[in-house]
Write a protein that binds this ligand. Structure first.
Ligand SMILES: C[S@@+](CC[C@H](N)C(=O)[O-])C[C@H]1O[C@@H](n2cnc3c(N)ncnc32)[C@H](O)[C@@H]1O
Length: 282
């Protein structure tokens, strides 16, 4: 698989990487366990939305619905919230988790490049950590602008170029053939998001999320690595979709596990840089 396929091949993303939340969950688990920020990511994002009673909201690329599941106690009255994703599995998980919560949640399988809702439908559209998966970003952003009301706001989170940079260093150290592959650069990232959002938006703000990871156990980090990053950069993305590992991959993972165990024993933790933030566009 090429670098572009890793991040933007619709079949790989929808039918393997995001067919359900297991890969995403392995990565989220590392953040849940070892983030140094006092405010959990989805709680922080929700606090920025300034959601008011009666608002209509669309989330694109909702995954298993964590933004809402982690903030049920904060949702104002009478909001109508549509959760959408192009993976049926993700939509089903979000729907199962948010049934019977007393809020007006709706669920639909939607590709952001062709949103099946009328113009001027939503006060808020959210698309977190997903625009870098969209091959026709201009079409996706035009669709978001179209379904937003005149004074509506678009919130979109992404990462900066050096987010989790220690994983790149590990890949280069333990999988030398990964140098044959360009380290995947997100197409929509903190550094270029402002220019990509304008047009269609006139005003764009960026709020950084201050955080890092201090990882004190090896296995959650190994699970993260196997969910995407390292397997992808060494050209073995297919192996993220199954528990089967080729001999070469097993050897690399064993060396990596031994190294990380040693580092954590020596230093008390393994430090990982984070660089994420939230754009508001209107
Ligand atoms: C990294 S996950 C983020 C999930 C969620 N927004 C969050 O922040 O927890 C990316 C999600 O975007 C979805 N996705 C990718 N491309 C998409 C597209 N073109 N249209 C809609 N959803 C898409 C994937 O299926 C996946 O659930």
């Amino acid at each position: 698989m090429t670098e572009k396929d890793i991040f933007q091949n619709k079949n790989y993303l929808r039918d393997q990487q995001y067919k359900d939340s297991s890969n995403l969950d392995a990565r989220a688990n590392l953040h849940r366990l070892y983030s140094t920020s006092p405010l959990e990511w989805h709680r922080w994002v929700f606090a920025q939305l300034d959601l008011q009673p009666g608002m209509t909201v669309l989330e694109c690329g909702c995954g298993p619905g964590w933004l809402w599941r982690n903030n049920l106690d904060q949702i104002p009255e009478n909001c109508q919230i549509t959760l959408s994703d192009f993976s049926d599995g993700m939509v089903a998980e979000a729907a199962a988790a948010l049934a019977d919560t007393g809020h007006d949640f709706r669920f639909q399988t939607v590709n952001i490049e062709a949103i099946p809702f009328a113009d001027d439908s939503f006060d808020i559209v959210v698309a977190n950590h997903m625009l870098y998966h969209v091959p026709n970003l201009a079409a996706g952003l035009a669709e978001v602008r179209r379904v937003l009301k005149e004074n509506g706001r678009f919130y979109t989170a992404t990462n900066g170029a050096d987010h989790m940079r220690e994983l790149k260093e590990l890949a280069l150290q333990f999988a030398p053939e990964s140098t044959q592959f360009e380290w995947p650069q997100l197409t929509f990232r903190l550094e270029n998001g402002r220019s990509l959002l304008s047009p269609p938006f006139a005003h764009i703000d960026l709020l950084p999320y201050e955080d890092s990871l201090e990882v004190t156990e090896v296995e959650p980090l190994m699970a993260y690595i196997q969910s995407m990053t390292l397997l992808q950069v060494i050209g073995r993305a297919e192996e993220t979709a199954s528990p089967e590992r080729t001999e070469g991959t097993v050897a690399i993972l064993n060396q990596l596990r031994a190294y990380l165990t040693q580092e954590i024993a020596k230093n008390g933790s393994f430090h990982i840089t984070k660089n994420s933030g939230l754009f508001t566009a209107y």
